[in-house]
Design a binder for this molecule. Structure first.
Ligand code: HPA
Length: 250
């Protein structure tokens, strides 16, 4: 199937009501060799396009970031024919230029997670397991999202380094200072191994990061203060981006 007729996959956090009026076309529980995905796959029609939604934390937010079955999720989406995958993810900001309530499409990743199954390769198979991850995100998909964001006039960071931490606790101020020294501009808990698994299956993958707080030690106020309002604003912006992206594709 050519890529332009395959459905886009969209990984959301917990639900999809906030995407606005949409039509549910199909709902499917996809068994995988890696166990159960976090949620059924729900095909919805939005802005004239069919897209496949998966709720990373389960509908109802039952799965913490370190307990998500990333392999089952990515495998299930590939199995139903998704070839391009946009992942929504809440993050904190380490960059004074990236304000909570706005968006970012990161360009690079530093992975600080541990103990998560990170690959579909269980046995050595020559160079097969050593996928090229120099550019962890798909350049074309990133550029397409950013072009739409520019047309919509959205405040969005067009680059950035996503530091992926293990969670579920938030970081210490010293950990965030270290991430800054490493070049990270965003911090979240779900970007890996999701991105690497998508690469292993040949999916074009990009993250739309929703900035919901200043990372630990970056601002004087307590980290949870204002997070709900920032989340609401950033979610609204992400929905504008996704809907405009689908309109541009239909
Ligand atoms: N740290 C890690 N993950 C997050 C944060 C954070 O500050 N905000 C949202 N997800």
């Amino acid at each position: 199937m050519p890529d332009d007729v395959r459905p886009l996959g969209l990984i959301v956090g917990t639900g999809y009501e906030y995407l606005g009026p949409l039509e549910i076309v199909h709902r499917e529980i996809v068994p995988t060799p890696w166990g159960e995905p976090s949620s059924p796959l729900v095909t919805v029609r939005l802005e004239g396009c069919d897209i496949v939604l998966l709720a990373r934390h389960g509908f109802g937010h039952t799965l913490l970031p370190h307990l998500v079955n990333y392999r089952a999720n990515v495998w299930a989406l590939a199995h139903v024919g998704v070839s391009r995958l946009v992942a929504l993810a809440s993050v904190g900001s380490l960059d004074p230029a990236c304000r909570p309530g706005t968006l970012a499409v990161p360009e690079q990743i530093v992975d600080y997670t541990h103990g998560r199954p990170t690959t579909f390769h269980e046995e050595a198979d020559g160079l097969g397991a050593h996928v090229d991850f120099t550019e962890p995100y798909d350049g074309e998909l990133r550029r397409a999202l950013l072009a739409v964001a520019a047309r919509e006039g959205l405040e969005i960071a067009t680059t950035g380094v996503y530091g992926v931490t293990q969670g579920p606790r938030l970081e210490t101020a010293a950990e965030i200072a270290r991430l800054r020294r490493d070049g990270c501009t965003l911090v979240g808990m779900t970007g890996m191994p999701e991105a690497a698994l998508a690469r292993e299956l040949g999916l074009a993958y990009a993250t739309c990061a929703m900035i919901v707080n200043w990372a630990a030690g970056m601002a004087p106020e307590p980290i949870h203060e204002g997070i709900a309002a920032h989340l609401e604003r950033a979610t609204g912006e992400a929905v504008r981006l996704i809907r405009a992206f689908l309109r541009s594709a239909s």
